[in-house]
Design a protein around this ligand. Structure first.
Ligand code: UDP
Length: 414
């Protein structure tokens, strides 16, 4: 059997205090209609990165609605995850020479075949997240289950060879879900293709309210100066998150804001073999500067700590150059923080209205907007309030529950 992640339940009614009642009623009603449905989300890592973050909060909510929801993780070795990281990068437009080699494609397919043999056939619906397990459905030919492929990356301009390889496997699903219609590759042929933005959990340790003085104390215990300004980027150690662009922007900003500190919080994920090299390179940069701090999930920086960093920061940076959605942006906005972020992928979905002025296309622009915000706390406050409103209306879990259950209902009733 695949690894099943152990999770509890979480009552959706908690959200009635903060979210539109109608939407929660809809989710509850869909839950009643689908009561007892056996649903399994599958992905390739139990920690690190947005999909794991999403599922850890999402599955317990489904359970509270009467859905028999599980989360299972495929197995794989380093060769497999090196290949699938290449697929991930190539879906976001990077070239990937390995795709030409029959031997590496065989590693991918053999792995999917082996994982498919371990699937429990009794589920009614499988939701397969991202490219790593995308061929599971191919190796489950007799399945009566409904299969949904959920793409979390910006696949608007995929590398053509990689997409030609993946597309036939994706097209064997009953439906595909993308974060926004711009990410749907034009030649995808499926009976059902739909869009759904991800969401965050308002009550998780990552996002729950923590008093500011506690956050500042925590940061002080990690060596930061609570009396000096702080900017933070939280993301996997990944090239698309442009960590060196963030560091360069910080250096420019520091010329205008003496004493500025930068925290780079990063995570390693089971399915991301590239992260070690990136981590080492960022560390080398940090060693040159006493006001730059690098922390990770390997050294005890978990959800609460990330929460504290986001809350204690004066400005949150997310200088991505490609981004499927960027849960970190929603997390910071939820905490009423001003965000300066790359004008990429799913980020502009979240930073609308006034917030869109802080979408940046270069290091210089990132530095300039950051300095402006650090020097204008009243603007930060206004943006913070606006950001929280946007997240409350669009990017909290009940909306995602409603959207996914509505899709499943439509597939099952066919
Ligand atoms: N994250 C974390 N610790 C880290 C880095 C990231 O907990 O050191 C979390 C972050 O808070 C967010 C998720 O990992 O919830 C990243 O999701 P996002 O959609 O921003 O990016 P992805 O990793 O999926 O590309």
């Amino acid at each position: 059997m695949l690894h099943k992640i152990s999770l509890g339940t979480c009552d959706i009614d908690k959200y009635r205090l903060i979210e539109a009642r109608g939407l929660i009623d809809e989710a509850v009603s869909l839950g009643k209609e689908l009561k007892g449905l056996r649903l399994c989300h599958i992905n390739s890592t139990p920690f690190g990165g947005g999909v794991a973050e999403l599922l850890v909060s999402y599955i317990p909510l489904l359970r509270s609605l009467g859905i028999k929801a599980d989360w299972q993780v495929i197995r794989g070795d380093r060769r497999f995850f090196t290949f699938t990281k290449g697929l991930h990068n190539a879906l976001q437009g990077a070239p990937f020479a390995e795709i030409e080699k029959i031997s590496t494609k065989r590693v991918y397919l053999a792995n999917n075949f082996a994982n498919a043999r371990e699937l429990d056939p009794n589920y009614d619906v499988f939701v397969v997240n991202d490219p790593q397990p995308a061929a599971l459905r191919h190796y489950s030919p007799d399945s009566n289950t409904k299969w949904i492929w959920r793409c979390h990356v910006d696949s608007s301009q995929p590398d053509a060879t990689v997409w030609d390889f993946l597309r036939p496997y994706v097209e064997e699903h009953d439906a595909a879900v993308f974060t926004t219609s711009e990410f749907v590759p034009q030649d995808l042929r499926l009976a059902k293709t739909t869009t759904m933005a991800p969401a965050i959990c308002a009550f998780s340790p990552k996002n729950m309210f923590i008093k500011k003085y506690v956050c500042r104390e925590l940061l002080e215990s990690l060596g930061l100066d609570r009396h000096r300004p702080l900017i933070t980027q939280v993301s996997r150690f990944d090239r698309w998150k442009d960590p060196f662009g963030t560091i360069a922007a910080y250096r420019l900003a520091k010329k205008e804001v003496p004493g500025l500190q930068l925290a780079m919080i990063g995570s390693f994920a089971q399915d991301d073999p590239e992260s070690w090299d990136m981590y080492a390179a960022i560390h080398t940069e940090a060693n040159k500067d006493d006001d730059m701090f690098v922390y990770s999930n390997l050294t005890g920086i978990g959800n609460m700590e990330v929460n504290a960093f986001q809350r204690a920061s004066d400005v949150v940076i997310q200088k991505s150059i490609r981004e499927g959605f960027g849960l970190v942006v929603a997390e910071a906005l939820w905490k009423e923080k001003p965000v300066v972020a790359g004008n990429a992928g799913g980020i502009p979905l979240q930073m609308t209205g006034e917030l869109s002025h802080y979408l940046v296309n270069s290091t210089e622009e990132c530095a300039e907007k950051t300095v402006y915000l650090l020097q204008n706390p009243a603007v930060c406050k206004k943006l913070g309030e606006e950001g929280k409103k946007i997240v409350t209306q669009n990017f909290l879990m009940p909306r995602l529950v409603r959207d996914e259950l509505a899709l499943i209902k439509s597939l099952i009733s066919k």
